[in-house]
Design a protein around this ligand. Structure first.
Ligand code: ZN
Length: 295
């Protein structure tokens, strides 16, 4: 089995054994500006590299965007320009010669994190964008258009008129995604450029008030949105993944506090935990989905 994660900034791939153990993670930048053919070629190259020296029985892909049952991209945001309509499954099956299953990246993460869990679980990935997925007793609830669980596009609790990657205004993602937090820090610190999110985390750890305020705002908006989602779903757990989680304990504790503060009664007591697979969560989940399809 090989799992591949096609994200807005990076592509990850790893071989995954039938026991679920991951091989070495291949990591390359996503050539997003070069268009869909270049992205597919890079992702297929990463899959080949991850599978060097072993046979591949099947392939699982987790990708940004919504995916139709034929493995084509049916909805895409500005994260990957031109990605809409791309036949991801067809390209991988032609190149690798094995059955390939294609899922939205957060759906893949959800399968990897909570396929064995009963009750309703909301899985959220905060990175370049903010995506979400729902499982009920281990089964993905994708909705009528594959968009169920898209918590990043709920209305934000803060409304400063910020544009969202989907074309809307003042959605959660416009405040809580990594680039949004970095851009907010740049404005607060009087910088002309937004630094990488790691630099914001480092500045906050050193007591920089602008960095702390930017991180707190992102955590507040995400937590308030998840509180609203908790009221609607009354989930057993909310699982958080994505690069924004690297902002550390202060970020996570603020998100937890806001979930409780912005939800109804016991719905706010859902366990808010971080992904068990860390950066490999989409890779592991995509491979698990491919494995499940074969058995
Ligand atoms: Zn949006």
């Amino acid at each position: 089995m090989v799992g591949v994660d096609i994200g807005g900034t990076k592509i990850l791939a790893a071989a995954v054994g039938a026991d679920g153990v991951l091989g070495e993670l291949v990591r390359i930048p996503t050539p997003a500006a070069d268009g869909p053919d270049a992205i597919l070629a890079a992702a297929i190259g990463a899959a080949h590299q991850a599978a060097t020296g072993i046979g591949i029985a099947a392939c699982g892909i987790g990708t940004a965007g919504a995916v139709d049952p034929a493995g084509r991209i049916s909805h895409a945001t500005a994260t990957l320009p031109g990605w809409l309509g791309t036949d991801v499954r067809g390209a991988f099956e032609a190149a690798l010669g094995v059955r390939t299953i294609v899922l939205n990246d957060v759906h893949a993460m959800a399968v990897g994190e909570a396929a064995g869990e009963s009750g309703t679980v909301l899985v959220v990935a905060a990175g370049t964008g903010v995506g979400g997925a729902l499982l009920r007793d281990g089964v993905l609830l994708t909705g009528e258009h594959g968009l169920a669980g898209s918590v990043g596009h709920l209305p934000s609790a803060v409304r400063d008129g910020r544009p969202c990657g989907c074309g809307g205004v003042d959605h959660v993602e416009a405040y809580a995604a990594g680039p949004a937090i970095a851009a907010d820090y740049a404005v607060r610190a009087g910088r002309s450029d937004a630094p990488p999110l790691e630099a914001v985390a480092t500045a906050a750890a050193a007591g920089d008030a602008a960095a702390i305020a930017a991180i707190d705002l992102g955590a507040h908006v995400l937590g308030a949105g998840l509180g609203a989602a908790a009221t609607l779903l009354d989930p057993v757990a909310i699982v958080l993944g994505g690069g924004v989680l690297n902002l550390g304990d202060r970020y996570l504790s603020t998100v937890r506090k806001e979930v409780t503060a912005n939800s109804l009664g016991e719905t706010g007591h859902a366990v808010v935990r971080t992904t068990a697979w860390g950066p490999a969560a989409v890779v592991a989940g995509a491979a698990r989905a491919a494995q499940a399809e074969r058995t």
